[in-house]
Design a protein around this ligand. Structure first.
Ligand code: ZN
Ligand code: ZN
Length: 402
């Protein structure tokens, strides 16, 4: 076990090969045929019996020779609808781009799979590998949960790694945040207002949805300003308002949409309820009708206190104390802004889990573009560290959780 990092280092060229193939063939959302085939083939070559439990959602199991619990390791595999603007020799051949680094996650978990297979007889329980689609549109984790990713065998704890480029940190550090909620829950809403259209010269014969939606927009501001406690953080943002096509017509309908970001469930439920009450009652006041729809909801990501301590302990002995850093104690909070929303939150709601960051490119080394930018680049040199960290955490946790 102590040589796991050295063993992973020997896989580095293979990890780069995996990463570049997936990068070149970037695919998005729930439909990742090339990536899925690649991962299934590689796992099968290693001696696994991978299963596609839902569209582009792959599960494989290592261990089981010794009794014990089950630890889940997760990698997401989807890219973004962005046309790549880098000069990398392995630039995407599709119209999509791995601008969030999920290609690195997939490569690292394939590396961990190889290490775990090699040490299969030592695993005290089982390690479940979860390769998921559609993290970006916040659909993949839910689809895999629905397909039973946490059952057969039942998962006891879980970990994911997200790479981080464009930060002030040098490459190859494992960044851990505190126990508890580490990212906001996000809920997307649309408010559709139905009025009654007509000629602009006869407003009395119409119900103007633009007037109604303006009042709704202003009224929503009161939730944050007057109904939440000053210490209760939340961001309610309207990102678009649409209605009408020309100057002399009062339209029939209008809509606005936006996002709610919250850090605890009570506030989240309260805001969603108040938003609905305000929209429908303001519309009623002006003789119109409002319908509120929610989509693309994602809960907060919660780090489990014990798993955080376990991770620091096990990973420090793998890579050294100085390579495991506490993001909350770091001098600036750059890493904190990375955790906007992450659909692994659905897993963390159900089982004790941890999200870990792996730095893959610092601004001082020229990695100046942030995630989701068409020119963003990632330093591949820490790939093997990611693989070793995944495998080590799972094996050590199982060993100590008997
Ligand atoms: Zn992303
Ligand atoms: Zn991401």
């Amino acid at each position: 076990m102590s040589n796991l990092l050295e063993e992973a280092k020997e896989l580095q060229n293979l990890l780069i090969e995996h990463r570049r193939y997936i990068h070149e063939n970037a695919e998005i959302d729930m439909d990742l045929p090339i990536t899925t085939k690649y991962v299934m083939d590689k796992l099968t070559e290693m001696g696994y019996e991978p299963k596609e439990i839902c569209k582009s959602g792959i599960v494989a199991i290592a261990g089981g020779k010794k009794p014990g619990k089950t630890f889940l390791l997760r990698a997401d595999m989807d890219a973004l609808p962005i046309v790549e603007e880098t000069d990398e020799p392995f630039k995407s051949k599709t119209n999509y781009m791995h601008a969030c680094g999920h290609d690195l996650h997939t490569a690292m978990l394939l590396g961990a799979a190889k290490l775990l297979k090699k040490h299969e007889n030592e695993i005290e329980g089982k390690v479940k590998l979860m390769f998921q689609p559609a993290e970006e549109p916040i659909k993949g984790a839910q689809a895999m949960l629905k397909a039973g990713v946490l059952e057969n065998p039942k998962v006891d704890a879980a970990m994911m790694i997200h790479v981080a480029t464009g930060t002030p940190f040098p490459s190859g550090l494992l960044v851990v945040r505190h126990a508890g909620i580490i990212s906001s829950a996000s809920d997307w809403f649309t408010i559709r207002v139905k009025g009654k259209g007509g000629h602009s010269s006869s407003p009395n014969l119409t119900i103007d949805p633009l007037n109604v939606i303006s009042h709704i927009f202003i009224a929503l501001e009161s939730i944050n300003a007057r109904e939440l406690a000053p210490a209760d953080n939340a961001a309610i943002t309207v990102g678009q308002i649409h209605g009408g096509n020309t100057s002399n017509v009062i339209p029939d309908t209008a809509f606005l949409s936006g996002t709610i970001r919250t850090f605890n469930n009570e506030t989240r439920t309260f805001i969603k309820r108040r938003l609905e009450e305000i929209a429908t009652s303001v519309a009623k006041t002006f003789r119109a009708e409002a319908i509120v729809e929610y989509s693309c909801c994602c809960p907060s990501l919660i780090n489990d206190a014990n798993i955080v301590e376990n991770f620091k302990d096990y990973t420090s002995s793998l890579v050294g104390d100085d390579r495991v850093i506490d993001a909350d104690k770091a001098e600036n909070g750059t890493y904190a802004t990375m955790t906007g929303s992450e659909d692994f939150g659905y897993v963390t709601e159900l089982i004790p889990s941890i999200m870990v960051g792996l730095t893959t490119g610092s601004t001082t080394d020229g990695y100046i573009y942030p995630h989701h930018h068409p020119k963003t680049q990632f330093d591949e040199s820490p790939l093997y560290i990611g693989s070793a960290t995944y495998a080590n955490m799972a094996m050590k946790w199982l060993e100590n959780a008997k």
